[in-house]
Design a protein around this ligand. Structure first.
Ligand code: NDP
Length: 497
């Protein structure tokens, strides 16, 4: 790692030639229409590549290739150990290509190179490896039905699975979809976000090098209303695994209803409550509250965007938070010591700033940050921000801002905190800081969220399921539960005469 931290990322960036074509049926190809769209570097506002803009015709081509590969059995009928070996090779190649993948991720999303190197790329490799390792370890079931029947319950791949993913963690979220889909023997089509397609195209190159047969893994970059919608409506895709906004998630349910009732896995937005009681370890909690909202500039579906703090310690807690806002100050993402980079786009920056102004109009006050910075670099930077005096019925407490903006709410009794936490259309994650173990367990049960952290935030592992209650989605990414959306359960009933 020492050599990577000393790498001159700016020079490397100048020599990088990102893949920009779609990857269909084992070949890099232009969109049939010949159209492209620009990929921007959020740190500078510059165009870094013109990427193939796939539409319905390209999606159809990818689906045909994926279907052909699936029906031929080149992948699903491999011996489990053989399929495992290919995916393990892929995970190994991702690790070997750490510098290039990390650089692509940073240039395309504006996130700090330090994070791309230490979190995004290693996590993606680890996820693919983890699912690879399950392939020859998962057994099927026999349903007990007496001595004269043999009732087998087996899992089979659904067929063609599509992943439609966002721009905030392109490699990590792709790996959460790819891992279970390919481990189960499906073929796959991946549509990365318009804002961040480059690392997915590099993944495709490495998939081929690892020995994935043609057509098993395809990448169709393009715009949501074109490539994304074509995936949603395609009659020959069996399942879509979507991560993104609740609004677009809703569309995928409609697409499914209007087409072939394909399965839809939804990992959507959040407004995660972070409850801190007066008896908690406040110093530690402050560090976690800071990272929970400011890591990746709050562009995280489970960001701890609502701090629900016991009134008696609010002022002290804000003082503990202040140095973290300084320490996590955004800078040039290619500088190895930078903690936070730039927001994804100029439109997104405007949207987040709009929420800060809206909060003030609603009666909240900016206690920390709030200003756009770094204009001289040409990119889209915003200070870590804290809004105080927020009430839970304000839009800044109810809507996903997806930026570095913490809304602070107060409580006197813990029941009040739980009521505020649960009073949200979302239920992706929640956290509680307190020292009493009974209170911790009781409260964890009361919180309506797919993940509840006690005395932590964002601790994560590929073997722990991740997904939401309520309008944060349904189905789970990660863990063995992720196989549910990409496999069919077959009952085979044999009578022994
Ligand atoms: P979207 O939900 O719009 O995008 C997610 C994916 O869906 C992208 O690949 C996108 O393609 C695609 N898509 C967009 N519109 C359609 C459509 N009509 N039909 C089919 N597919 C479509 O997220 P955004 O990137 O636009 O971000 C908007 C907001 O969504 C954020 O500010 C945040 O609140 C939330 N969000 C939540 C995420 C999470 O992790 N839960 C991740 C990202 C965003 P394309 O990008 O090319 O348009």
């Amino acid at each position: 790692m020492t050599s990577l931290t000393q790498t001159d990322w700016r020079s490397l960036a100048r020599t990088l030639r990102p893949r920009r074509q779609a990857f269909i049926d084992g070949r890099f190809v232009d969109a049939l229409s010949g159209r492209t769209f620009p990929a921007y570097n959020p740190a500078t506002g510059e165009v870094i590549a013109e990427v193939a803009a796939c539409d319905a015709a390209d999606v159809d081509r990818a689906v045909r290739a994926a279907r052909r590969a699936f029906e031929s059995g080149v992948w699903r009928d491999l011996k489990p150990a053989e399929r495992k070996a290919v995916l393990l090779r892929w995970a190994g190649l991702i690790r070997e290509n750490l510098p290039e993948l990390a650089l692509l991720e940073t240039l395309d999303t504006g996130k700090a190179i330090k994070e791309s190197l230490s979190v995004d790329v290693p996590s993606a490799a680890a996820a693919i490896q983890w699912y690879a390792e399950t392939i020859d370890k998962l057994y099927d079931e026999i349903a007990p039905n007496g001595p004269s029947s043999l009732v087998m319950v087996t899992r089979e791949p659904v067929g063609v699975v599509a992943g439609v993913i966002p721009w905030n963690y392109p490699l990590i979220i792709a790996s959460w979809k790819i891992g279970p889909a390919l481990a189960a023997g499906n073929s796959m089509i991946l549509k990365p976000a318009e804002e961040a397609s480059l690392s997915a195209l590099k993944l495709a190159e490495l998939a081929q090098e690892a020995g994935l047969p043609d057509g098993v893994f395809n990448v169709v970059p393009g715009l949501g209303p074109e490539a994304g919608q074509a995936i949603g409506l395609h009659p020959d895709i069996d399942a879509v695994l979507f991560t993104g906004s609740t609004e677009v998630g809703r569309k995928f349910l409609e697409y499914s209803a209007r087409s072939n009732l394909k399965r839809v896995g939804l990992e959507l937005g959040g407004k995660s409550p972070h409850i801190v009681t007066a008896d908690a370890d406040l110093e530690k909690a402050a560090m976690y509250v800071a990272y929970a909202i400011w890591y990746n500039l709050g562009q995280t579906c489970n960001a701890g965007s609502r701090l629900i703090i016991e009134q008696s310690v609010k002022e002290r807690f804000l003082e503990l938070l202040r140095p973290w806002a300084q320490r996590l100050y955004p800078g040039d993402p290619l500088e190895p010591t930078t903690e936070l980079g730039a927001l994804i786009s100029a439109e997104h920056l405007d949207r987040v700033r709009g929420y800060i102004e809206l909060g003030q109009r609603e009666g909240a006050e900016v206690a920390i940050g709030g200003r756009q910075i770094g204009q001289e670099r040409g990119g889209w930077y915003l200070e870590p921000t804290v809004l105080v005096g927020v009430k839970n019925d304000m839009r800044v407490a109810r809507e996903e801002i997806f930026g570095p903006v913490l809304s602070v709410l107060e409580f006197d009794r813990l029941e009040e905190a739980v009521a505020i936490a649960n009073d949200s259309p979302y239920g992706l994650a929640a956290a509680l800081w307190c020292r009493d173990i009974s209170t911790a367990h009781r409260t964890a049960r009361q919180l309506r969220a797919g993940t509840v952290w006690v005395n932590a935030f964002d601790h994560t592992s590929i073997n722990a399921p991740f997904g939401g209650y309520k309008q944060s989605g349904h189905g789970r990414d990660k863990s063995l539960h992720a196989f549910d959306k990409v496999t069919e359960l077959k009952t085979t009933w044999v009578e022994l005469h």
